[in-house]
Design a protein around this ligand. Structure first.
Ligand code: F6P
Length: 550
């Protein structure tokens, strides 16, 4: 990928002077001036996802300059390099091919002389056969009982994606009960072990590296619990209840998992992009193989949209460009993600890792310090809960937060009255944020009242003022079904990639998590020693010694 300093492009300079002209214009006036605005700022993805980006502080000129920026930073070439499997994860010397995992075209794709399409297919077949056995009850526990509970042990990408998808697709779930254990805090595994029976439980240990401390410790605790609970303590019994998903087959074998129970994924699948691989085994067990294929199909169709559509009608590109505009010109720091769908309550947490672990970087592709913003802080909660918590600040605070509102057109339940009210709130919030209320007419009405009341009401009206001009994208899914969810996740994955390309950073490594990990093992050694420590700064020493003297 080329190394282009985005702020030295002519597009960036144009955007800067354009920003000075447009920054104070109200969204209300943008609508007033351009009657075609809604039509021109709306994209339809296969009648499955509708994306309205008209309630943003942009006009047609903004889009033109942003598209020019994508051209000057060679976005198109970067997209092709990724899909072709070039090693764009430079600092780890790896290709980035989560798109190959959902490629339904049957075209071969050679990486280091190996057709990875074949590898993917054969692993998918293994997943199908295995999940069919478990779901149908043919897979038996060590005492001959069928499996009722699946426990996914993993963290980060080996947890957040599968958990978010299985919960979002609750309506597609079969009889198996899914549990997710990620945290190093023993409460997490204990809370799950308390609920299950060893005879009918299947643990899936998901870890790309199979060295992650949290996952390894939780897996060991689960195995100890199994040995304590079961009178059968042989290898064959463990085989019935423990399987692994990893790139690191040897390490998984060392843990005691037999080869036939290890599902593979590869170094060209990043952890936070791995739910499409065997790391998504818990998804397959929860919704069945055919629904999983639909999820892949939805993602593939979005991949094709991203790869082939002109940028002006390319949803991931447009949404990425708009976010670059806010981060770097309006200097926004955060993005609010609000799924108006309770089952998607984990979507903001999933997107936090996907976005912030990918783009939370401060050096460019040459390793030099950058002086532009590379990532938003992602946060959010499902609607309407958020409305009764933090929306006050979105409406009347003085921090600008671009928001994504996401809702299905059709609910997956039959409480239609709930859904219509939910939809009303969704639409009302995006309108209230953008347009605010009409303060002048409030004050005019007040003038008709008596004089004392007037003073009080004029005073109060200051607090009841909604200035508006708060931007949002509305994303309406036809339904939260496997296809649309697959497309939506792929949309956000590509949005993240586009931002990384244009902002000249590497999006697929995550060196930022290493220091804390290494220090923790160092500190652990100090905690185990009898003597007091004076190895670090005074604050750190004090905390260690306080714990040791407990
Ligand atoms: O947080 C760092 C990280 O490496 C993530 O990128 C990854 O998703 C997570 O840890 C888990 O890693 P693994 O799947 O190797 O256990």
């Amino acid at each position: 990928m080329k190394n282009i300093n985005p702020i030295n492009t002519s597009a960036w300079k144009k955007l800067q002077s354009h920003f000075n002209e447009i920054k104070d214009i109200h969204i209300r006036d943008l609508f007033f001036k351009d009657t075609d605005r809604q039509k021109n700022m709306f994209l339809n993805f296969h009648n499955k996802i509708f994306c309205d980006f008209s309630k943003h502080r942009i006009n047609n000129q903004t889009i033109k300059y942003l598209l020019k920026l994508s051209k000057e930073t060679h976005l198109h070439d970067a997209i092709e390099l990724m899909f072709k499997g070039k090693k764009i994860n430079v600092t780890e010397n790896r290709a980035v091919l989560h798109t190959a995992l959902r490629n339904r075209s049957n075209k071969p794709l050679f990486i280091n002389g190996v057709n990875i399409a074949d590898l993917i297919d054969s692993e998918l077949m293994r997943i199908k056969n295995f999940s069919d056995l478990v779901i149908s009850g043919k897979w038996k526990g060590c005492t001959g009982k069928r499996i009722t509970d699946i426990i996914n042990i993993g963290i980060g990408g080996s947890d957040l994606g599968p958990k978010m998808v299985t919960e979002s697709l609750r309506m597609y779930k079969n009889h198996l009960k899914l549990h997710f254990v990620s945290n190093l805090d023993g409460n997490h595994i204990i809370n799950v072990l308390d609920k299950i029976n060893y005879e009918t439980s299947l643990f899936i240990i998901v870890s790309k590296t199979f060295t992650t401390e949290e996952t390894m410790l939780n897996a060991q605790s689960a195995r100890e619990w199994f040995f304590k609970s079961s009178y059968k303590k042989d290898k064959a019994s463990v085989s019935c209840h423990f399987i692994a998903v990893s790139e690191n087959i040897n390490q998984a074998k060392l843990f005691g998992i037999s080869k036939k129970n290890i599902f593979q994924f590869w170094d060209w699948v990043g952890g936070r992009y791995s739910l499409w691989s065997s790391a998504g085994l818990s998804i397959v067990l929860s919704i069945g193989f055919n629904n999983f294929v639909e999820l892949l199909r939805g993602a593939y169709e979005m991949d094709m949209h991203f790869l082939n559509r002109e940028f002006h009608e390319n949803i991931p590109v447009i949404l990425a460009l708009i976010n670059i505009w806010y981060m770097n010109f309006f200097k926004t720091e955060t993005e609010g993600i609000f799924p108006y769908n309770q089952n998607m309550h984990n979507f903001p947490a999933y997107l936090q890792q996907a976005t912030m672990e990918s783009n939370g970087k401060s050096v460019n592709r040459l390793g030099k310090e950058v002086n532009w913003t590379t990532s938003s802080i992602i946060w959010g909660a499902p609607g309407t809960n958020g409305q009764h918590a933090f929306f006050q600040m979105l409406h009347q605070g003085n921090t600008l937060v671009p928001c994504d509102f996401i809702i299905p057109m059709f609910p997956d339940h039959d409480l239609l009255n709930h859904h219509e009210r939910l939809m009303s709130h969704f639409i009302a919030q995006t309108r209230a944020l953008a347009f605010g209320n009409d303060q002048d007419s409030n004050i005019k009405n007040i003038k008709l009242l008596d004089i004392d009341m007037n003073k009080k009401n004029i005073f109060l009206s200051r607090f009841k003022q909604f200035k508006g001009n708060n931007p949002s994208t509305s994303i309406i899914l036809k339904k939260v079904d496997p296809f649309s969810l697959g497309s939506l996740i792929s949309l956000y994955e590509h949005k993240i990639f586009v931002q990384g390309v244009i902002l000249n950073i590497f999006s697929f490594d995550q060196w930022g998590v290493e220091l804390g990990k290494n220090l923790a093992s160092d500190v652990y050694c100090e905690l185990k020693k009898d003597s007091i420590t004076n190895k670090y700064d005074t604050s750190t020493n004090y905390l260690i010694n306080l714990y040791k003297n407990k």
